[in-house]
Design a protein around this ligand. Structure first.
Ligand code: AMP
Ligand code: ZN
Length: 441
């Protein structure tokens, strides 16, 4: 499975995060269902945005991309995203990209023009099949860019001739750098082969990016490129796509100041991946309520298990447990139907309700444990409820004492810092007439 990854020139926003979370959960689900998954997600580390940022900051482009690759790893971890198997980068695949373009030239699918190389869309019959548009319709809608030296406005660049002073590599067509689309075709082919099972990204990539990937890949190999395509709907703000260029974005870091990011992950998985999600604070708060309910279910069961009797289960208990397995079947069924995590979560809530209303501390420990294991199995497929033990309350009490001491000593800098640090951990302090109280956000 191949997912188009980030262009590493800045912090990613929570719209990008939506797409990354979906592919992470999809991978977890496929593995849970017994598939042997190889998951590749690229880093686009050659791009105008990176080059521009490097110019602004007066550093080499590689410094910008490396910095934001590290930040990608840090931030994706906070969202519960597991590492992909392979993270190929454009800069490490230039030779393969040049070879790929060379093959397209040899087969007559590409042409050179003034140091650029273009894909000749008219040579590839199926162009438009992914976005379900035909060539004529596309041609009518295409912008004619006079400055470009294309034969047809729909032709797209495979290799860009170097501009003076710009990052470039030697090639049979002169110095230059790869166009955007060719990187994914090349790296998908290199790491996963000519035909792969699943390819995807956010829905903005359907056209032209993925359409162009199909054209290049299938023109070269003569084989189908991807068996399944998944495109994640937009995370919107006021019904507009969240994007850097519109400035209507939040980063996971901003959200984390107030909410545990697991709530955001839950929010994303509560929607069907293809539908748009209109992000706002209320949505996040209601996600938090939902996730809290699951944690309460988990904590209750843990308490019961600790206090239950270790005896042989009774017949009716065994029957009840057997019956509980239908929730797992239902979960698998809805998830198998186009990865419907929204319904998957609904099944988990039904399971929790069923457990809560049917067991108490009189139940046999083994029954409770097995019910608990089933519940944890399903939530862990979604990457939820994996949080380790809550921050120790003693730690918080100790920090509060330190803050009180600092205040007495009129060291307000320290006392404010302690309060802010706690806030970052989701602990709000309130100075009341009865002394300092704390609560979780
Ligand atoms: P980029 O770094 O812009 O190439 O984006 C990385 C990934 O995030 C791509 O798969 C995009 O399609 C996806 N993406 C960008 N913006 C959004 C959004 N607002 N909602 C969902 N996915 C997005
Ligand atoms: Zn791509």
């Amino acid at each position: 499975m191949y997912a188009c990854g980030p262009t590493v020139y800045d912090y990613f926003h929570i719209g990008n995060a939506r797409t990354f979370i979906i592919f992470d959960a999809l991978r977890k689900y496929l593995e849970y269902r017994g598939y042997d998954v190889t998951f590749v997600q690229n880093f686009t580390d050659v791009d105008d945005k990176i080059i521009n940022r490097a110019k602004e900051e007066g550093v080499p482009p590689g410094e910008i991309s490396e910095k934001f690759i590290q930040i990608y790893f840090e931030d994706s971890k906070t969202l519960g995203i597991e590492k992909a198997d392979i993270y190929p980068k454009v800069t490490e695949n230039i030779e393969e990209i040049i070879e790929f373009i060379g093959e397209l030239m040899d087969k007559g699918y590409a042409y050179e023009s003034g140091g650029d190389v273009y894909f000749d869309v008219s040579r590839y019959e199926d162009y438009g099949k992914l976005s379900k548009q035909n060539l004529e319709e596309l041609q009518l809608g295409a912008r004619v860019e006079v400055s470009e030296q294309k034969r047809n406005p729909l032709d797209f660049v495979l290799w860009k001739a170097a501009k003076p002073g710009e990052l470039s590599w030697e090639s049979p067509w002169g110095a230059g750098r790869p166009g955007w689309h060719i990187e994914c075709s090349t790296m998908s082919n290199k790491y996963l082969g000519e035909t792969i099972d699943i390819h995807g990204g956010g829905r903005d990539l359907i056209f032209p990016h993925h359409e162009n990937e199909i054209a290049q890949s299938e023109a070269r190999s003569g084989k189908p490129f991807a068996n399944y395509w998944l495109h994640v709907g937009y995370l919107n703000i006021d019904d507009k796509k969240m994007s850097k260029s519109l400035g209507n974005f939040f980063t996971p870091r901003e959200i984390a100041k107030e909410f545990d990011l697991e709530n955001f992950r839950f929010l994303i998985l509560s929607a069907h991946y293809r539908n748009p999600v209109n992000f706002n604070r209320e949505l996040l708060e209601s996600a938090k309520n939902g996730l809290d309910r699951l944690y309460t279910g988990k904590n209750n069961l843990e308490y019961l298990i600790e206090n239950a009797e270790d005896r042989i289960p009774m017949e009716n208990e065994k029957e009840w447990l057997e019956n509980l397995k239908q929730y797992k079947n239902r979960f698998n069924e809805v998830m198998d139907d186009d990865f419907n995590t929204a319904d998957g979560i609904a099944v988990i809530f039904d399971l929790v309700r069923e457990i809560n209303t049917n067991v108490d501390e009189k139940a046999a420990k083994q029954i409770l444990q097995e019910a608990y294991d089933l519940f944890m199995e399903l939530t862990s497929v979604l990457g939820l409820l994996g949080k380790k033990e809550e921050t120790l309350e003693e730690d918080i009490e100790r920090l509060i004492e330190e803050r009180q001491k600092a205040r007495k000593e009129k060291n307000f800098e320290l006392s404010d810092k302690i309060r802010d640090d706690l806030k970052e951990k989701g602990i709000i302090l309130e100075d009341t007439p009865q002394g300092v109280k704390w609560r979780r956000v």
